[in-house]
Design a protein around this ligand. Sequence first.
Ligand code: MN
Length: 142
Amino acid sequence: MTTRNMEDYLEVIWNLQNKKGYVKAKDIAERLEVSRPSVSEMIKKLSENSYILYEKYGGIVFTAKGKKLAREIKKRHTLLVEFLKIVGVDEQNAQTDACKLEHDISPETITCLLEFVEFINLLPESSKWKENFQEYLEKETG
Ligand code: MN
């Protein structure tokens, strides 16, 4: 069982790994805006739970188990961002709010959102749903 905190760390480790190619405790602390001791504590916990391998003075790498979970967390994040953007949220808010939603949302709701995003993406350009929705919003507020 992972806690909210653990998922946040796994997500940041995943992002750092993909962006920089390596992961250092210092970078995790910066990204999550937490203290170095908190990072050390969590690294120990993640390592004890076999999500990561950690060498003192070295880098952090995922185990297969850690990678699998991190990939799921990342997928949920991307999906939520996509959904929020579909309903008109701007990129920056979508990114921030996805991180708030992603840990508490039920798998059932995630599945519904996934189906919806897929459906929208399957619509042909000619369906003009975006323009129609925009017009609707303008009518509502205007
Ligand atoms: Mn996130």
